[in-house]
Design a protein. Structure first.
Length: 262
């Protein structure tokens, strides 16, 4: 009989410590999380707010959270499936929808804190970088840190659309413009016009026009929601501009049987 060395004995299994559930599921990197949520001891119980962004196959989720011993506490949340209430009836998963979701979250959170009239952010979305400046007559701006989770932080990713929307909405978030669409690594600056085209889904409109000319059948299949709601390629930018105006006017959460009139 061949000798077989026992690598995992009963002693090994009796001392084995099971990893936490969300680590086993591959949902949380606790090494990164503990460094993100830890607060200085001399700040006592001051909450450390995080802008948490998660994407699914059908939705974009943005939340303002704080960490407690009992678990994360969500103070405000916004979802891209709320955007049809504000006039954006199609394209709820692209960069433009991510920007609008971040804008909705920012205006909703600031209204909850009674800071919406003090910090309006950038009303006109021109694609340029923006930082919230403290007011001399009001409280300091609401500050949060960006939490991307386990998602890849590639240049032009949708999670940075949520970040840009929250910045323009009036939330102070430490960031760099290097991951926004249109950033030139060689020149070291951001092309605001390219970024603006993404915010208003101009790239989607250009692709629609191309498919209309070259592959009409594929256009009907890929953009059926746009066709169903009567949104033509030339109307996409106006649709998102009206959505931004509606969000700023009505940031509160509403039922889906209610609509907003700007």
């Amino acid at each position: 009989m061949v000798f077989v060395k026992v690598l995992k004995s009963s002693t090994y299994f009796s001392r084995f410590q099971v990893k936490w559930r969300r680590r086993r599921e591959g949902k949380t990197n606790y090494r990164r999380r503990i460094r993100m949520v830890s607060q200085f001891k001399n700040k006592y119980a001051t909450p450390k707010y995080r802008l948490v962004v998660r994407t699914t196959n059908t939705d974009i989720i943005a939340q303002i959270c704080t960490a407690k011993l009992q678990g994360d506490c969500v103070h405000a949340a916004a979802y891209s499936h709320e955007l049809p209430l504000h006039g954006a009836v199609a394209g709820l998963k692209n960069y433009a929808a991510a920007y609008a979701t971040g804008l909705l979250l920012a205006r909703r959170m600031l209204k909850k804190l009674h800071l919406d009239t003090k910090y309006e952010g950038k009303v006109e979305a021109d694609g340029a970088d923006f930082n919230v400046e403290p007011s001399d007559t009001a409280r300091r701006p609401f500050k949060a840190i960006f939490d991307a989770g386990l998602q890849r932080t590639t240049t032009g990713a949708r999670i940075f659309g949520v970040l840009k929307g929250a910045l323009d909405g009036g939330i102070d978030i430490p960031h760099s413009e290097k991951r926004f669409p249109g950033f030139d690594k060689e020149k070291g600056d951001l092309d605001s016009e390219t970024h603006r085209e993404r915010i208003f889904a101009a790239h989607v409109a250009d692709y629609q026009k191309k498919l209309q000319r070259e592959e009409p059948e594929k256009y009907k299949e890929a953009f059926s929601k746009y066709i169903e709601n009567g949104v033509k390629p030339d109307q996409i930018e106006d649709m998102w501009a009206e959505c931004h105006a509606s969000i700023r006017k009505f940031p509160d959460a509403k039922r889906f049987d209610q609509t907003f009139v700007v």
